[in-house]
Write a protein that binds this ligand. Structure first.
Ligand code: FNR
Length: 341
């Protein structure tokens, strides 16, 4: 197995080693305000959403994780089967390996095989050439592509990329392909100034993927043989901070990073997210137990989301965006501070 594939496989086992189902995060710093007179019947609540040129039955989706090895193929196949059954959108992990090594392509294309009509999102680093972007889209007949911004992760990786001149490349990609482009963080959140600069060059959709869930500094740290950079583990903005800080720009936001349950999904919507992505919380039951456990989780979530919407008296996602909430003073302070800078 090549070094790159080995590293990716290790990501899966290290993810599981550090996964903590009881992890606290900034979603706990947001309180929603229920109404006891919703004046709604549950059947009137509509959790669907139109975005990325499509109509989604569910506003949450399986976010980018894996591809490359045979284990990754098995995981992608299981995730895609579930995505197909429950009509969830799904992103694959970085397809760079699939472009370099033809033998690994099937670990990505399996998601289209198992989910012929679903909404599937390609994934590559934002520094990749336009030909590679087109190839990644073609590999899985993707409906959209995520370009991830992972400079922090790469710099912590002793063999990672070192060149991060990205804006011209992103602008070129946005202008050259017909599928929607999503700019995505990888668990470090997104600086509102970055949202502004990217929006100025034509980016319309951002997955803020903030801190509070999977922490790639922790994972990469374990793979570094020579030095441990534990002190960088706190770097980044949380999903809650990223959403609140980016809300003022006229862009479409996707909330991901540390989403643990349906209440976190609803909170992300209240804070401005149109879609909500989940990686770690879905990967854990799949690795620890089996696809049935993940299916059970997803069916419960699908049932609970409209119920929580009703608890706070909102009948659709548009109303949810206007719902009242109380941020802790910690969150209010950081967002206030970010706004002034
Ligand atoms: C990821 N993530 C990720 N993101 C990306 O854009 N390309 C990738 O290849 C990967 N690979 C990957 C592997 C594994 C094992 C995990 C758990 C995650 C990052 C992911 O999409 C997401 O941004 C973060 O994991 C934060 O979300 P959660 O895990 O807290 O829900």
């Amino acid at each position: 197995m090549s070094d790159a594939l080995q590293r990716k496989n290790e990501h899966l086992s290290l993810f599981e080693k550090y996964y903590d189902p009881n992890q606290k995060n900034d979603f706990d710093e947001i309180r929603l305000v229920p109404t006891l007179i919703p004046e709604l019947n549950l059947s009137e609540v509509d959790p669907t959403i139109d975005i990325l040129g499509s109509h989604f039955l569910h506003s949450f989706f399986i976010n980018a994780m894996t591809g490359g090895s045979s284990r990754a193929k098995e995981i992608n196949s299981q995730l895609a089967t579930i995505a197909n059954k429950y009509h969830l959108a799904m992103a694959v992990g970085s397809q760079k390996i699939g472009i370099i090594d033809q033998n690994t392509k099937d670990s990505f294309s399996v998601v289209r095989e198992k989910n012929p009509d679903g909404f599937i999102i390609a994934n590559l680093s934002a520094n990749q050439k336009i030909e590679h972007v087109k190839e990644a889209i073609k590999m899985i007949d993707a409906n959209a592509i995520q370009l991830h911004l992972n400079s922090i992760q790469e710099l912590v990786n002793s063999e990672g990329d070192r060149d991060f001149h990205l804006l011209n490349n992103i602008e070129n990609i946005v202008n050259s392909i017909e599928q929607p482009v999503i700019i995505k963080s990888v668990g470090f959140g997104i600086n509102p100034n970055d949202v502004k600069r990217l929006s100025d060059i034509g980016v319309k959709v951002f997955d803020v993927s903030g801190t509070g869930g999977t922490n790639f500094i922790k994972i990469e740290n374990q793979q570094n043989k020579t030095h441990h950079l534990d002190y960088l583990e706190e770097l980044g903005l949380s999903t809650v901070e990223s959403l609140l800080a980016a809300k003022k720009y006229a862009v479409n936001l996707i909330g991901s990073g540390g989403v643990r349950n349906p209440l976190d999904i609803i909170k992300a919507h209240v804070l401005g997210a149109k879609l909500v992505g989940i990686s770690g919380t879905f990967l854990h039951p799949l690795i620890k137990r089996d696809p049935d456990s993940l299916e059970t989780m997803i069916t419960e979530w699908i049932e609970m989301i409209p119920k929580i919407m009703l608890m706070i008296g909102t009948k659709n996602l548009e109303e949810l965006k206007q719902a009242p909430y109380i941020p802790s003073s910690k969150i209010a302070n950081s967002v206030n501070f970010l706004d002034k800078n």
